[in-house]
Ligand binder design. Structure first.
Ligand SMILES: C[S@@+](CC[C@H](N)C(=O)[O-])C[C@H]1O[C@@H](n2cnc3c(N)ncnc32)[C@H](O)[C@@H]1O
Length: 324
């Protein structure tokens, strides 16, 4: 039988993780309990924080409605009962259901910007943030690009960050999933970018007609079947159409590479994230010496292709699919 304590949390859960049913005397004491519970639970960190301590701080400051850069002075703040109840509810969902924390707090950060985040789309974490921060150099040269496509946009963080980093850039956000696009729309409204950022529901570029872009940024589904089967439970809380892409993780990538040439301006550049599946593509196209980005802030597996290189890649991919 499951017993529920007066604050709504499962008593066995509280006992297992040595969490008090009564409200701790201050934020510091609550942080200590929160951190220990996350440590003991051995939750997986891959959605915006990389340690139990960082998650504990994020969780508690969010529950208390305090800024994330609050200093140590807040540790002495008295804790309201409702803040502790919220903390316990989030901890239970994080530990028992293994939900990524941004789905519980409803917010995530990407390229230094805060976004609304929920189960309609993946939690933002792409290394493409660094590509935006360095303004596509040295791959894009000359005046600033004037148009950008965020393909497979999810909640829209990549295209919105690009628009926020460069005034006057026109951006299209495209995704096949109406729920993800509804979240993207809320994020566009959050940054009041409706005039410069357009949202299109599209199976890859099918609904884009002949529109061309200076830059295409794309973080598509790219997880291969073996990785998908062994991913920590936290990833299974995310929409499955955002992760898997066939046995070798390249099903969608092949379609993107075949179609992208039609949608790049003559000097345009495609930045395509492939994660661990980069090795499969690199091996398949070994004769073409593909260019893979290196990141100062972490991440790997991002292919960069100029418009004039796409024809040979697309021809090579269609000949290998004809051979197989
Ligand atoms: C890895 S998620 C990336 C989301 C977002 N760009 C980010 O970085 O947080 C991949 C996205 O691709 C979308 N997607 C999957 N298949 C698609 C297709 N055929 N056409 C367009 N979007 C697709 C999914 O709905 C999902 O939102």
């Amino acid at each position: 039988m499951v017993t529920t304590s007066s604050n709504g949390s499962n008593e066995a859960f509280l006992a297992d993780y040595e969490l008090s049913a009564t409200t701790p005397e201050n934020l510091g004491a609550a942080l200590d309990q929160t951190y220990r519970a996350l440590e003991k639970a051995e939750v997986f960190f891959g959605h915006g924080s990389d340690s139990a301590w960082d998650e504990a701080v994020f969780l508690l400051l969010s529950a208390a409605g305090l800024p994330l850069d609050s200093g140590d002075a807040v540790l002495d703040h008295a804790l309201d009962k409702d803040v502790w109840e919220c903390t316990l509810a989030w901890l239970q969902a994080r530990i028992v259901e293994r939900k990524p924390l941004p789905y519980l707090t409803g917010r995530a950060w990407f390229a230094g910007l805060e976004f609304k985040c929920d189960e309609r789309a993946l939690v933002p974490r792409s290394p493409l943030a660094e590509v935006i921060g360095t303004q596509y150099t040295p791959w894009w040269s000359g005046d600033s690009p004037s148009s950008l496509l965020d393909l497979c946009c999810g909640g829209g963080c990549i295209g919105i960050a690009a628009a926020m980093y460069q005034e006057e850039l026109k951006v299209v956000l495209a995704d096949i999933d109406a729920d993800a696009l509804a979240l993207a729309r809320e994020n566009v409204e959050l940054y009041e970018l409706q005039e410069r950022v357009t949202i299109v529901q599209s199976d890859l570029m099918a609904a884009l007609g002949n529109e061309k872009f200076d830059i295409i940024l794309c973080n598509p589904p790219y997880v291969d079947a073996a990785d998908l089967a062994s991913m920590p439970q936290e990833y299974h809380a995310e929409p499955p159409q955002g992760l898997g892409s066939g046995d070798d993780g390249l099903d969608i990538t092949r379609r993107i590479l075949a179609a992208a040439g039609k949608h790049l301006s003559p000097q345009g550049v495609l930045f395509l994230e492939l994660g661990n599946s980069w090795e499969a593509l690199d091996a398949e196209l070994a004769d073409l010496s593909l260019s893979w980005l290196e990141f100062a802030e972490g991440g790997h597996g991002v292919l960069v292709v100029r418009a004039d290189e796409l024809a040979s890649i697309s021809a090579r991919l269609s000949s290998s699919s004809a051979e197989s």
